[in-house]
Design a protein around this ligand. Structure first.
Ligand SMILES: [Cu+2]
Length: 176
């Protein structure tokens, strides 16, 4: 399963869960109950609930952020990557090199000549592999090492004018 499919089903699951909770609350809202006892019970529950929530969030935060910064090279230290200059412009891509080898560490240095564009790198199934913004006067690095040979697509990910959809480029990766 691709990451997108997992994200889609996870979202769907939690959306249904929230909808279900709303439904239960709505259905039960007409029922009368003794408010004072309910209030007392949940006031007491507040502290353990808060502690549990904060602990959980701390663990999740530390766990998910431990790999920061995300933009670190994916190749080992002491290995020089192939540096590729990428310039976005209305409406195309200026790329200094478009042929690579499997296992070759590549560093795309992405910038723009005119307006803001988006650099999106896709495989043959149109799965997004890496992306960054292409902004005038800024250079954003994208690190990637291809593991599969094939034709990869670069698409503009930010609407930048009438011919935005024509902003595509191809790069090829061959077996080492
Ligand atoms: Cu563009």
């Amino acid at each position: 399963m691709t990451t997108q499919t997992v994200a889609w089903f996870t979202s769907l699951f939690f959306m249904s869960l929230v909808a279900l909770i709303f439904l239960i609350v709505a259905l039960r809202s007409t029922r009368k109950s003794n408010y004072e006892t309910v209030k007392k019970k949940w006031t007491k529950a507040r502290r353990p609930y808060a502690i549990a929530l904060v602990t959980l969030m701390l663990v999740v935060t530390v766990y998910t952020l431990r790999e920061l910064p995300y933009d670190q090279p994916v190749y080992g230290e002491g290995i020089d990557p192939t540096v590729v200059d990428v310039e976005a412009l209305q409406f195309g891509w200026d790329i200094s090199q478009i042929e690579f080898k499997v296992g070759e560490p590549i560093e795309f240095l992405v910038t723009s000549k005119d307006v803001a564009h988006g650099f999106g790198l896709y495989d043959e199934e149109m799965t997004l592999l890496a992306q960054t913004q292409a902004m005038p006067e800024y250079t954003n690095p994208v690190y990637i090492t291809f593991t599969e040979p094939g034709t990869y697509e670069i698409l503009c990910m930010e609407y930048c004018g009438l011919a935005h959809h024509l902003m595509t480029a191809e790069i090829t990766v061959t077996e080492y």
